[in-house]
Design a binder for this molecule. Structure first.
Ligand SMILES: Cc1cc2nc3c(=O)[nH]c(=O)nc-3n(C[C@H](O)[C@H](O)[C@H](O)COP(=O)(O)OP(=O)(O)OC[C@H]3O[C@@H](n4cnc5c(N)ncnc54)[C@H](O)[C@@H]3O)c2cc1C
Length: 464
C-alpha cells in the first residue's frame, strides 16, 4: 500500500473514528482508518454501548440553548467553544447518523430515552451487545465506509506521531509484527480514552486501579493520549471519569455489570465508609459518587444504606433497576430490622451508623441537607429519610466506563498545545478528548453525542 495516497489517517474504529472517516469521505477526502482490534467484531466501547443519544441526560433534540445551559450548569470546567460546538451540533449528529442508515427507537417515557440506537443495548442484567445498538451501528458505518471505497485496516496499532516542522504528517503503527509508517495531510485520534490503562488511572484517578471495575470493553489504553503528548499536546480534566456505582460483586459476577447499577438508591439514601460516616455528596448522582469511591484509599470498603421505602421507590427506577435484579442475580444485599443490627452485619460501629442516619433524617425533615457534613444537594434527586424497616446495605465498587478528560481540543476538534494554539495536522474526537465533561461535579454530557459531534467537526475541518 502506498501510504501517500491518503488525505487523512484516523486512529480507532469506534463511533468517533467511523463517523470521522465517513464524513471525510463524503467531503471528498481519502481517509484510512487504523484499528488495533483484529477480530471482525473487535471490541470497543461503542460495541458495548447502551445506545442512548442524549445531552446531559436530556432529550438530544431539546435545542442549542437548552443544551448549552445544561452543559454550563453541570460541567464547571467546560471550554466555552467546545460547549457551544456540542450544543449547536447535537441534533445534526443524530440526523447525520440517521442519513447513514442508523435506526433509533424511544426506549422509555424519559426525555433522554427518546433517541436510542435500535435494537436497544440494554435487555437485562449483564452484558449483551451482539446484534444490538453499538454493534449494529459499527457494522452500518463500516459498510458505508467500504461502499465509499475507503479502508478500515484492522490489526494496526498506532503508537507514535510523525512530526515535521511542528506539523503532524502521519503515524507509526504496529501492523502484525511490522512497524509501518503511514503518512497523510492530517491525523484524527479517536482511540477511546485511557480507562483501561492502569498506570494512567493510578496517576490521575484512583490510588488502586485494580480495585476499580472495568465497566468497558478494555480497548481504551491511552495510546492516543501518549501520541498527542509526544506531539506536544496539552491535557485537560484528567481526574474524572464517566461510570456508575456497581455492586461490589460485579467484580466476580458477570451478571452484575454493566447493568444494573446503584445510582438511584445512592442518590436517595446514604453512602458510608467502614466507620459508618458519609464522605461524599450523594445528591450529585451515581457518576459523581463513583468518582468519589474510586478516589478512596480502599475503593472496596463502602456501603450504600437505605430502607424499605427507598428500596421500593428509587430501587425500582431505571430500565434495569437494582430491585429486584441485584439480589436476583446473586449480588449481596444485607437486610436487618434495625440499623444497629445492620451495622453488625457489615462490621461497622453501630452507634456511628445510627448517628449518621439520624443526622441525615433530621436534615431531610428540616430541609437543611446543604448543612450536612459533607453537604448534600439535590442535583440528581431528592434524599429520602431512612426510617422504615427493613433496613438494607449493599457493598459497592466504582465502575469506570470512560475517562472524561484527555487531549485538549478546541471547538473544531483541533488538538491544542499548552499555549492554546493548535498543532497543525492533528485532531482528536470522541472519548479520547478532554475539555467538555468533568469538573468538580464530574458532569456527564454524553459519550455517544460527544463522540459523534467531535468526529463530525474534526472531519469537516481536516477535510476542508
Ligand atoms: C456498557 C456501556 C454502556 C454505554 N452506554 C452509553 C449510552 O447509553 N449513551 C452514551 O452516550 N454513551 C454510552 N456509553 C459510552 C459510549 O459508548 C462511548 O463514549 C463511545 O462509544 C466512545 O466512542 P469512541 O469512538 O470514542 O471510542 P471506542 O468506541 O472505544 O473506540 C475506540 C477504538 O479505538 C481503538 N484503538 C485504541 N487504541 C488504538 C491504537 N493505538 N491504534 C488503533 N486503534 C486503537 C480501539 O480498539 C477502539 O476500537 C456506554 C459505554 C459502555 C461501555
Amino acid at each position: 500500500m502506498n501510504s501517500s495516497e491518503f488525505d487523512l489517517i484516523i486512529v480507532g474504529g469506534g463511533i468517533a473514528g467511523l463517523t470521522a472517516a465517513n464524513r471525510a469521505a463524503q467531503l471528498g477526502a481519502k481517509p484510512l482508518l487504523l484499528e488495533k482490534g483484529t477480530d471482525e467484531h473487535y471490541l470497543c466501547n461503542t460495541r458495548y454501548t447502551g445506545g442512548t443519544l442524549h445531552v446531559c441526560m436530556a432529550d438530544i433534540m431539546a435545542g442549542e440553548a437548552a443544551h448549552l445551559a445544561a452543559i454550563e450548569k453541570l460541567c464547571d470546567n467546560a471550554r466555552p467553544d467546545l460547549a457551544r460546538a456540542m450544543a449547536g451540533n447535537a441534533e445534526r449528529a443524530v440526523r447525520w447518523l440517521q442519513a447513514e442508515g442508523c435506526k433509533f427507537i424511544k426506549a422509555s417515557a424519559s426525555p433522554h430515552h427518546r433517541w436510542v440506537l435500535a435494537p436497544p443495548g440494554r435487555k437485562g442484567p449483564g452484558l449483551d451487545w451482539e446484534g444490538r445498538a453499538g454493534d449494529v451501528l459499527l457494522r452500518r458505518l463500516g459498510a458505508n465506509l467500504e461502499e465509499r471505497g475507503c479502508r478500515l485496516m484492522r490489526g494496526a496499532r498506532v503508537l507514535n506521531p510523525i512530526m515535521e516542522e511542528g506539523r503532524c504528517v502521519g503515524v507509526v503503527a504496529k501492523v502484525g509484527s511490522e512497524t509501518t509508517e503511514f503518512r497523510a495531510k492530517a491525523v484524527i485520534l479517536a482511540d477511546g480514552g485511557f480507562q483501561a490503562a492502569p498506570d494512567l488511572l493510578r496517576e490521575h484517578i484512583t490510588p488502586r486501579p485494580e480495585k476499580v471495575h472495568q465497566r468497558n470493553a478494555g480497548s481504551g489504553t491511552g495510546d492516543g493520549l501518549r501520541f498527542a503528548m509526544e506531539a506536544g499536546a496539552a491535557t485537560v480534566g484528567m481526574d474524572k471519569f464517566y461510570g456508575h456505582l456497581l455492586s461490589l460483586d460485579a467484580l466476580s459476577n458477570e451478571r452484575l455489570w454493566p447493568y444494573p447499577y446503584l445510582d438511584a438508591v445512592v442518590t436517595a439514601g446514604v453512602l458510608v465508609n467502614p466507620e459508618g460516616h458519609r464522605f461524599t455528596d450523594e445528591g450529585r448522582g451515581g457518576v459523581h459518587v463513583a468518582n468519589s469511591v474510586a478516589g478512596l484509599e480502599d475503593p472496596h470498603a463502602s456501603h450504600v444504606v437505605f430502607d424499605q421505602t427507598i428500596w421500593e421507590g428509587a430501587g425500582r427506577h431505571g430500565l434495569i433497576p437494582c430491585n429486584p435484579h441485584i439480589p436476583k442475580e446473586g449480588g449481596t444485599l444485607h437486610e436487618a430490622q434495625s440499623l444497629g443490627e445492620l451495622a453488625g452485619l457489615i462490621g461497622m460501629p453501630a452507634a456511628n451508623l445510627e448517628e449518621t442516619v439520624a443526622r441525615f433524617n433530621a436534615a431531610v425533615d428540616a430541609e437543611t441537607i446543604g448543612e450536612l457534613t459533607p453537604p448534600r444537594c439535590t442535583v440528581k434527586g431528592e434524599p429520602v429519610a431512612i426510617r422504615t424497616a427493613p433496613f438494607y446495605a449493599m457493598p459497592v465498587c466504582a465502575g469506570i466506563t470512560y475517562t472524561m478528560g484527555g487531549i485538549a481540543i478546541d471547538g473544531n476538534a483541533r488538538v491544542l498545545q499548552t499555549d492554546d494554539t493548535p498543532i497543525e495536522g492533528l485532531y482528536a474526537a470522541g472519548t479520547t478528548t478532554g475539555g467538555l465533561e468533568g469538573g468538580s461535579g464530574a458532569g456527564y454530557v454524553g459519550g455517544l453525542s460527544k463522540s459523534t459531534v467531535t468526529a463530525l467537526l474534526a472531519a469537516e475541518h481536516a477535510a476542508g
